[in-house]
Design a protein around this ligand. Structure first.
Ligand code: GLU
Length: 434
């Protein structure tokens, strides 16, 4: 197995290189894009344009360790498509960040913003690093240097970052400050997912998980399945998974399993979610939680449940385990959790997949609300944010279901078709500057 230099082996995802064909995220995204484009009879010129990222930036990020030693990390920012508006998408700090991954995630952001019909293009960024091995001061220096290095693309009208894997409100505050220092005035709308006290939106932190809950509820209704007592397993207990679990429980669903990177806890009669939440809020690993059965992360994916919410990382549902999945519905809280090979198996087995670009679009939708509020200088209360999010998620679910029904295709391809059609329509109207 090849690995970046100086990276401890145990921090690399063990299966990273094993099924590279199946697991290359850009190939994975493209295979769905190609299929949807063909179904739409997209014209060959536009097909070529939409397959290519607009801009790919690779930067070196030098910074000082607390020890005084100089370290140089690699950072990326990819603007995939900006035809519908400013580029939008998170920044992740992770050892597994690669250019191909960032390209795929930037494309997914483009389709995601189009699926929920918000006026943004798609982008993504990343720095190859392991934040758990960095001090707060080191993280701040990396964030500021990365921001300053890509500053020419950033801006409320051009490219607006947000949190993603291993980044949070605090990182957004540093980006906003660095950008504002360079511009010589405070520019809140340059990032979303900021602390509420400095221009963040109420409800943003919960938005992705809330969106997952809403589309799962819509899927249950569509399949004429009860909400009460529906058994849910959630992989990943971070910002997305923990909120989704809580809100689903509030709807009457039963959370039977949750996991973090240390492992999963399981109780077929329903976990005491409040206890589990409290345990993890104290920064304790789920493997140390006492009051439930322990299973592995891999086992969680195939346990007996009605709804499975993969809310961690890419490529967890592959052709290797898809046939063993028992859930009737998969709600993709993470980006790219299911490979194209797994999609085929799930479809054959009648599993209803709510694709990532719809299922986790609640986050970017409230990011849009935050950007709107920043630009208007007028803030909404939380019920207003949640009601508007609810409306967009319910409508988008219905539109995707309508598209997939009309063509007799699954929800993922329906979502891609909806998105590609919207992006393509704008390209046709704008024409080509050549
Ligand atoms: N990182 C989140 C996502 O993948 C949010 C992006 C945003 O709010 O711009 O959708």
């Amino acid at each position: 197995m090849t690995s970046p230099t100086n990276v401890p082996q145990n921090l690399i995802r063990p299966d990273k290189d094993m099924f590279l064909g199946e697991e290359n995220p850009f190939e994975s995204m493209m295979s769905r894009f190609d299929f949807a484009a063909q179904k739409l009879s997209l014209d060959p010129g536009l097909y070529k344009v939409l397959r290519s990222p607009e801009k790919q930036i690779i930067v070196s990020v030098p910074f000082l360790r607390d020890s005084g030693e100089v370290e140089v990390y690699t950072g990326y920012r990819v603007l995939y498509n900006t035809s519908r508006g400013p580029a939008k998408g998170g920044i992740r700090f992770d050892l597994n960040v690669t250019l191909d991954e960032v390209k795929a995630l930037a494309a997914w952001m483009t389709w995601k913003c189009a699926v929920v019909n918000i006026p943004f293009g798609g982008a993504k960024g990343g720095v190859v690093c392991d934040p758990s091995q960095l001090s707060n001061a080191e993280l701040e220096r990396i964030t500021r240097r990365y921001t300053a290095t890509i500053i020419e693309v950033l801006g409320p009208d051009s490219d607006v970052p947000a949190p993603d894997v291993n980044t949070n409100e605090r990182v957004m505050a540093w980006i906003m400050d660095t950008y504002s220092m360079h511009k010589r005035h405070t520019v809140t709308a340059v990032v979303t997912g900021k602390p509420v006290s400095m221009g963040g939106s109420l409800g943003r932190r919960e938005a992705t998980g809330r969106g997952c809950m809403i589309v799962t509820r819509e899927a249950l209704k569509r399949l004429r399945l009860p909400i009460q007592g529906t058994r849910v397993a959630v992989q990943g207990f971070g910002n997305v998974g923990s909120v989704a679990a809580q809100l689903m429980e509030q709807q009457g669903m039963k959370i039977v399993a949750v996991s973090d990177k240390s492992g999963a806890v399981y109780n077929p009669d329903g976990l005491k979610l409040r206890d589990v939440m409290q345990h993890s809020r104290q920064h304790r690993l789920l493997s140390e939680y006492r009051d439930a059965e322990h299973i592995t992360n891999a086992e969680l994916l195939t346990i007996d449940c009605d709804v499975l919410v993969p809310a961690a990382l890419e490529n967890v549902i592959t052709s290797q385990n898809a046939a063993r999945i028992k859930a009737r519905i998969i709600c993709e809280g993470a980006n790219g959790p299911t490979t194209a090979g797994a999609d085929r198996i799930l479809e054959e087995n009648g599993v209803f997949v709510i694709p990532d670009i719809l299922a986790n679009a609640g986050g970017v939708t409230v990011s849009y609300f935050e950007w709107v509020q920043n630009r208007a200088g007028y803030f909404w209360d939380e019920p207003t944010v949640n009601q508007r999010l609810e409306r967009i998620m319910v409508e988008s679910f219905a539109e995707v279901a309508g598209m997939s029904g009309r063509f007799g295709l699954n929800m993922r391809i329906g979502a891609y078709m909806q998105a590609i059609e919207r992006v393509a329509a704008v390209h046709r109207l704008r024409g080509m500057y050549a």
